[in-house]
Design a protein around this ligand. Structure first.
Ligand SMILES: Nc1ncnc2c1ncn2[C@@H]1O[C@H](COP(=O)(O)OP(=O)(O)O)[C@@H](O)[C@H]1O
Ligand SMILES: [Mg+2]
Length: 237
């Protein structure tokens, strides 16, 4: 039995079918990628998993327990955190206060302080800017903060929605390294949504390619990176 399994997810917005019969599985400790063009249904899939969007059909099982139908805060409490598309930090709050917002469901000041320290070790630039308003930082720094804030909830499963979007290549590499470190050192399983298929296929072990709301291809990331159709559609030939 897999650690996480979403089966047959369908979501509609009024008459529009956003996703249809999307299934995603993840073993504990794994990184799985969802790739696909703009509008393919990647964000909708993540929002369905986190309870932010109502399912028209499908079921979601985490660690043997049905989580579809739970409220978003109940799903967070079970260890699922998401970094939304567009790295929504609180722009007028300091870096420090943004991190503390990520721990709002937790008690225990010492443990929280220790996790702030871990976030600073993971992203040293955040330490330097701890007092700075988050909205004044660069896109890359805001992405690091958004990830650091999500980690403050001590997730076991982290969903990242296009963390590399709009970042310069060097920063994309840095984010990719952070994702691998979070996976290996913090033992967090990840679902990584990316339009940057090259990066996503490099850091994940398995991947799903979404096309117009359906899973068009799935398999080991290594195999997909060599698949002619994937190369043509997602890797620029
Ligand atoms: N709030 C919404 N209302 C209506 N349609 C939406 C909404 N959000 C997304 N959609 C539609 O659902 C489909 C999937 O969108 P989305 O999940 O955002 O794709 P992706 O994240 O892969 O770019 C698209 O056709 C999009 O236009
Ligand atoms: Mg999206």
């Amino acid at each position: 039995m897999s650690y996480f399994r979403a089966a047959g997810l369908s979501v509609r917005y009024d008459q529009v079918r956003a996703i249809t019969d999307v299934s995603v599985e993840l073993d504990e400790g794994d990184i799985v990628a969802l790739i696909g063009a703009n509008g393919a249904g990647k964000t909708t899939t993540l929002r369905a998993i986190t309870g932010l969007t109502r399912l028209a059909a499908g079921e979601i099982v985490l660690d043997g327990r049905r989580i579809d139908g739970l409220r978003p805060d109940e799903i967070v409490a079970l260890g699922v955190a998401m970094v939304p598309e567009g790295r929504r930090v609180f722009p007028y709050l300091s870096v420090m206060d943004n991190l503390l917002m990520g721990a709002f469901l937790r008690r225990g000041r010492r443990a929280i302080a220790a996790d702030v320290e871990r976030a600073f070790e993971r992203f040293p630039r955040l330490r330097e800017r701890r007092g700075q308003a988050a909205g004044t930082m660069s896109g890359g720094e805001q992405q690091m903060l958004a990830i650091g804030r999500a980690l403050m909830a001590r997730p076991r499963l982290l969903l990242l929605d296009e963390p590399s979007l709009g970042l310069a290549p060097m920063l994309v590499q840095e984010i990719a390294r952070s994702i691998l470190a979070i996976n290996r050192e913090d033992r967090v399983s990840l679902i990584l949504v990316e339009q940057n298929s090259r990066m996503a296929l490099r850091v994940s072990s398995r991947a799903y390619a979404l096309e117009t709301g359906r899973v068009a291809l799935e398999g080991r990331s290594r195999d997909l990176a060599n698949d002619d159709r994937i190369r043509e559609l997602y890797l620029g030939g």
